[in-house]
Design a binder for this molecule. Structure first.
Ligand code: ADP
Ligand code: ADP
Ligand code: MG
Length: 453
């Protein structure tokens, strides 16, 4: 693996402002780079595995995220008290807060991510679409800007033809999206969506897109330095979703040929250049038949980054830290190759109806073996608190062929035992034996169509 073992970063000590598996992933990368780690923990996570394995820990407040992982002044104070040069935000929480990134900069602390300006643009989806459309990037037919009032919404929806989607410009995590089938439904949907967007994202801005019937979600990982060097990685197919959130990802996609791979990659690179992207990030597209459309940029490390690490043999988290510390991107595009096929199953603590579960894990056995990677912060006696995301582990398998990665995943999920809490492992097993999935014939409506009982 390109693991940058000869590299030294300019950072001496980094505050990890996150929890769970991603906190642990970052702590391990920092150790490999010879950088000290300080973990910011809430009271609920004081005894977590990442807290045990970080060089130091500091409590930033009570369990609710608003009092700890989202509390900017407490996190900045922690970084100052512990004399950290940089903060790694992980994903979720403050990872895409341009406000937080700006405050870090004002205290002379490096935010490990792109610039506040780029984060702000990526986080206002209507605006980035407007900018990219002007730069001739293919975007979904729609408003391509914020739609302020209902008559405008009616006009645009009629032009692009129903069904349409009303989307919150500041939305994320699959939230803030609403399908509208006809004009009769539009008015109420528009006003409710606006209130919900204000409530959930403190921003009422909405935009409209044509609802693309069962597309594929295909995304491109990018890496960029501050000297204008940009590379892209082979695509990830993240079409297996529930509630517009990814459940299983794989790379490469069976439905992307070499020519399309290059086209998507070059488009992602162009986008990165337009928005002055730095460090690592992802450009998301939806793919219908042979057309692809940009949907958004995720200005952070993503949950599914290990899939790309196993395919391309590059350590993305170490690369992210090195790029943030001002290192030049030394990997060239033609060095990025497909070395394997990789699949990730997100193991969530949730029941058959996708309802999050909290509680004590009595006993568990993690899968192992050749070609199996498990990213998790689980430890004996671990308690899954009700306050945070339901992701408890990621099982990633790789093989020379898709068939071998799939076989390894099936064995891994059979080996994976958890007692005391419900998980979606049974659902993943169902997906893995579905004939359409096995052939690669699946789109974002796959879970809806799957017979879950
Ligand atoms: P990906 O899987 O592509 O990394 P997700 O959409 O699953 O991205 O988001 C990763 C994490 O960030 C999840 O914990 C998700 O709930 C959270 N997240 C992302 N954006 C938001 C947002 N705007 N509001 C709340 N949570 C978010
Ligand atoms: P988020 O910021 O919450 O991740 P996205 O814009 O990335 O929001 O959309 C999340 C998912 O919703 C996509 O992966 C796709 O499955 C679905 N989706 C988004 N826009 C459309 C659209 N215009 N037509 C059909 N499906 C869509
Ligand atoms: Mg998205």
């Amino acid at each position: 693996m390109t693991d940058f073992s000869n590299k030294k970063s300019g950072f001496k000590k980094v505050l990890v402002a996150n929890r769970g598996e991603i906190a642990l992933r970052v702590i391990r990368a920092l150790k490999e780079l010879g950088i000290k780690s300080v973990l910011a923990v809430s009271e609920a996570d004081k005894d977590s595995l990442p807290a045990q394995l970080a060089d130091e820990k500091i409590c930033i407040g009570p369990a609710p995220a608003s009092d700890s992982y989202l509390n900017i002044s407490r996190i900045i104070s922690a970084a100052i008290v512990k004399k950290c040069d940089a903060i790694h935000p992980g994903y979720g929480f403050l990872a895409e807060s341009n406000h937080f990134a700006e405050i870090c900069a004002s205290y002379g602390i490096t935010f490990i991510g792109p610039s506040p300006k780029t984060i702000a643009l990526a986080g206002r989806k209507a605006q980035i679409i407007e900018v990219l459309k002007k730069n001739k990037i293919p975007v979904v037919p729609g408003s391509h800007r914020v739609v302020k009032e209902i008559n405008e919404a009616k006009k645009i929806s009629k032009e692009i033809a129903y069904p349409v989607m009303i989307k919150a410009s500041a939305g994320g995590g699959g939230k803030g999206m609403r399908l509208v089938k006809n004009e009769q439904e539009l008015e109420e949907a528009f006003h409710t969506a606006m209130q919900e967007a204000q409530g959930a994202f403190s921003n009422p801005d909405l935009y409209i897109e044509k609802f693309i019937e069962s597309p594929k979600h295909i995304e491109i990982q990018i890496a960029a330095d501050r000297f204008g060097n940009i590379i892209y990685f082979p695509e990830r197919d993240c079409s297996i979703q529930r509630k517009h959130q990814k459940l299983l990802e794989e790379s490469p996609s069976l439905k992307v040929c070499e020519k399309l791979r290059k086209k998507l990659g070059e488009t992602a690179k162009k986008i990165a250049r337009i928005i002055k992207y730095e460090t690592v990030g992802t450009v998301e597209f939806i793919l219908s038949k042979n057309d692809f459309y940009f949907i958004e940029v995720n200005a952070r490390i993503q949950v599914e980054h290990p899939v790309t690490e196993l395919v391309s043999d590059v350590d993305l988290v170490k690369l992210q830290v090195l790029l943030a510390s001002g290192e030049k991107l030394e990997i060239k595009q033609d060095e990025i190759k497909i070395h394997a096929h990789a699949i990730e199953c997100r193991i969530n603590a949730e029941d058959e109806n996708f309802m999050p579960q909290a509680g004590k894990i009595k006993h568990f056995i993690l899968p192992r073996g050749a070609g199996v990677r498990v990213d998790t912060a689980l430890k004996p006696g671990a308690v899954i608190p009700p306050y945070y995301d339901s992701l408890i582990a990621k099982v990633i398998t790789a093989g020379r062929s898709r068939k071998s990665a799939l076989k390894r995943m099936k064995i891994a999920l059979d080996e994976f035992k958890i007692q005391g809490i419900k998980t979606n492992i049974p659902l993943h097993k169902k997906i893995l034996e579905n004939p359409a999935f096995l052939k690669g014939n699946y789109n974002t409506n796959f879970i809806e169509k799957l017979n879950l009982r």
